[in-house]
Design a protein around this ligand. Structure first.
Ligand code: NAD
Ligand code: TDX
Length: 367
């Protein structure tokens, strides 16, 4: 079903994928109004959307997706017809250290958003859409030769992160089934590209190679991930949002399975070339370290549904995407330095301090 998506509540827009998606949607025609609701946790960074902050159809709100009163107020003020939900705790290693934070944000936060959408849309669901951005990790782990995850693969999450995303997917489905809320879900494989927080494999390695620190590869580096350049994920979300069928889930994948150790070696090579270092210089930094607990062995996504139904394809090869990513991090060293120093967390105060509203009011209005 066609969705106009003219007044969008987008959550997590200051994170990695959310910032790319927001920029993409702001440039689309007809231009939607976008409210980016983001708590600016450690991985939210206002500078990711600095170039968009002046646009009249964009507004940033600092706030928590678990804050029901805030959600209520935002729905009243903006009369959203679309929710695109990306806000989440997203790093598997952190979920092993602090699972409850993941339950709060990913499960309770999603439930709060669903409830707000249901309350405000219940008089008519026509032209409304709740789009939930999820992950392939809900399907669990594959062995070599096992068939890639399909939309119909049973859920079998193995990390607290994956379990919290699986729970959020189930909640979305339950609101569709029980209340008729018009929902769409996509489950995507590993993304990479500019603005990814440097705790994830690729940006962490780029930073360590640059600063000549050890590159930690978990276990023997045999684990396999299916990599997708972030812009291709964004294009898929746009297509599903506007042309996908209500009530459906769509798998999105890169058709690009790589063993971690092979990826890291390729990255070392690309970095050495960019930095004019001798061949194999950075490979010497690789260290095999203790494995992640419950480390999923292999992810592979069968994305034939979105390819056939919506004519989507990954358009950026891994070699191209990796080169672009490396170049972006080299040209934007300040972005990582501000994260390392903590300066990025003062950006909100610098940008919005004069406009802070009183208690109970919405903060951070850019307008
Ligand atoms: P990210 O960690 O870079 O960004 C998450 C954003 O959510 C941050 O800006 C953060 O401040 C915000 N946030 C966190 N808790 C919040 C709360 N309580 N209220 C409001 N905002 C909050 O994540 P990402 O990698 O961009 O992932 C975005 C979404 O896509 C997530 O839902 C993730 O599960 C999903 N996903 C990610 C990948 C990937 O490879 N990165 C792959 C598939 C799906
Ligand atoms: O230092 C590291 N060394 C290492 O060997 C890190 C950070 C990771 N790894 C391994 C673990 C994984 O096998 O690299 C692989 C990729 O790790 P992450 O970048 O942490 O991603 P992953 O755990 O696969 O999850 C990612 O993809 C699915 C995102 O973080 C999730 O948000 C998304 O849902």
């Amino acid at each position: 079903m066609q969705t106009a998506a003219s007044r969008i509540l987008l959550t997590g827009g200051s994170g990695f994928i959310g910032s790319h998606l927001t920029r993409h949607l702001l440039a689309s025609r007809p231009q939607p109004q976008i409210v980016n609701l983001d708590l600016l946790t450690y991985c939210g960074n206002l500078s990711n959307l600095e170039d968009c902050s002046w646009q009249p159809n964009y507004r940033f709100v600092k706030g928590d997706i678990c804050d029901e009163a805030l959600l209520d107020q935002l729905f009243l003020d903006h009369e959203f017809d679309t929710v695109i939900h990306l806000a989440a705790e997203s790093h598997v290693d952190r979920s092993i250290v602090n699972p409850l934070e993941f339950v709060r944000t990913n499960v309770l936060g999603t439930a709060s958003l669903l409830q707000a959408a249901r309350n405000h849309w219940k008089s008519s669901y026509a032209g409304k859409c709740f789009y939930h951005v999820s992950t392939d990790e809900v399907f669990g782990t594959l062995s070599d030769g096992q068939e890639a995850f399909k939309e119909t693969t049973p859920y079998s999450p193995r990390s607290p992160y994956a379990a919290s995303k699986a729970a959020s997917d189930h909640l979305v489905r339950s609101f569709q089934e029980s209340f008729g809320l018009p929902t769409k879900v996509s489950n995507c494989s590993n993304n990479y590209g500019p603005n990814q927080f440097p705790e994830k494999l690729i940006p962490l390695c780029i930073n360590n190679i640059l600063t000549q620190k050890p590159i930690p590869v978990y276990g023997r580096g045999d684990n396999i991930r299916d990599w997708l350049y972030v812009d291709d994920h964004v294009t898929a979300i746009d297509l599903i949002l506007h042309r996908g069928r209500v009530g459906e889930t769509y798998n999105i994948g890169g058709k690009c399975e790589l063993r971690n150790i092979d990826l890291v070696r390729q990255l070392c090579q690309a970095m050495d070339q960019e930095l004019g270092r001798p061949p194999a210089f950075s490979e010497g930094l690789i260290r095999f370290v203790e494995d992640r607990q419950g480390h999923d062995y292999r992810y592979a996504v069968d994305c034939s549904k979105v390819c056939l139904e919506l004519q989507w394809q990954p358009s950026v090869s891994f070699a191209q995407g990796l080169r672009r990513t490396v170049q972006w991090y080299l040209e934007n060293r300040k972005w990582v330095e501000e994260i390392t120093s903590g300066a990025y967390q003062t950006y909100y105060e610098r940008q919005y301090s004069l406009k802070l509203a009183g208690p109970g009011q919405i903060k951070g209005s850019a307008s």
